[in-house]
Design a protein around this ligand. Structure first.
Ligand code: ATP
Ligand code: MG
Length: 266
């Protein structure tokens, strides 16, 4: 079942023809939510074992348009997970120190270590998205980055990191509703950013950049998952299914305990 949104190198996608509606994949919201909570309990158990085992690493990458649901996904799917074993990194505009290095420098420092789950809220993919659309560097610089990224992720895979990449695909209409919600509700004003409206004007350019990212950087070792994002309940379930399925396959084991039978506590 998790394979349903998993892209393959052989089948490039056309974003404009790909549904953003969870309802096209699931017609029962109550059942979806029930399954989500069951899977989240399982995730909590699997993460505890991953941390105790201290051997494998899982990296979860999230990319989306503004208001696409990156923050909500992290909040809902990791609720209850032991914070000690999870590290969220939000990649903002690069600092002057970041810019003095190659674009992967700040990324590599944030990848998960043994036993950890690393979550990237935005990622190295910004360097072929905003950087491309805003013309921060010329095409001769950003285009070779697809290959650089594939090689980097291959290196992570070769050194024991499982990489999951989720693109949260929302419609332009849904983004408008979410922005409006942020304007209408005082508690959400802090989420509103004028800059997001400028990016909305470049919607088509962003869709092209996302599509090229998906098609150029879906590899066997690190495929993209194209998640319909308009219904949050479906988005959360679709991502949770992939994460739990992946962790089941990683099959983390609690380390063998020493023989404790003779231990006495004074
Ligand atoms: P929220 O969704 O809660 O608003 P955010 O991720 O949008 O969070 P912001 O501080 O609003 O956080 O925005 C971060 C900005 O940094 C984004 O506009 C993003 O495109 C930009 N950014 C990230 N990486 C790079 C990069 N490598 N080069 C240039 N800009 C970048
Ligand atoms: Mg923002």
């Amino acid at each position: 079942m998790p394979a349903v949104h998993c892209l393959t190198p052989e089948n490039p996608v056309e974003l404009a023809k790909t549904s953003t509606r969870g309802k096209d994949f699931h017609d029962d919201r109550d059942a979806a939510e029930k399954e989500f909570y069951e899977l989240r309990d399982e995730l909590i158990g699997l993460q505890t074992a991953l941390y105790a085992e201290g051997r494998q690493k899982l990296l979860v990458v999230l990319q989306a348009m503004d208001a696409g649901g990156k923050d909500g996904t992290i909040r809902h799917t990791f609720k209850g997970v032991n914070p000690q074993g999870v590290r969220v990194t939000s990649f903002k505009k690069p600092s002057s120190e970041d810019l003095a290095h190659d674009f992967l420098w700040r990324i590599h420092r944030a990848v998960p270590g043994r036993g950890m789950i690393g979550i990237f809220n935005r990622s190295h993919y910004e360097d072929v998205l905003v950087v491309r659309v805003s013309n921060i560097v010329p095409e001769s610089v950003w285009r070779p980055r697809y290959q650089t990224i594939n090689n980097f992720e291959q290196h992570l895979a070769d050194t024991g990191t499982t990489v999951l990449k989720f693109f949260l695909h929302i419609s332009k209409k849904e983004q408008k509703e979410r922005f409006q919600d942020r304007l209408d509700e005082p508690d959400k004003h802090w989420k509103f950013d004028q800059d997001d409206l400028d990016k909305r004007e470049q919607w088509d350019e962003y869709q092209t950049a996302f599509q090229d990212m998906l098609n150029n950087c879906t590899t066997d070792h690190a495929p993209w998952y194209l998640i319909p994002g308009d219904q949050k309940w479906y988005r959360n379930l679709a991502i949770m299914r992939v994460m739990v399925d992946t962790l089941r396959k990683m099959d983390p084991q609690y380390p063998e305990a020493d023989d404790l039978s003779g231990v006495q506590i004074d």
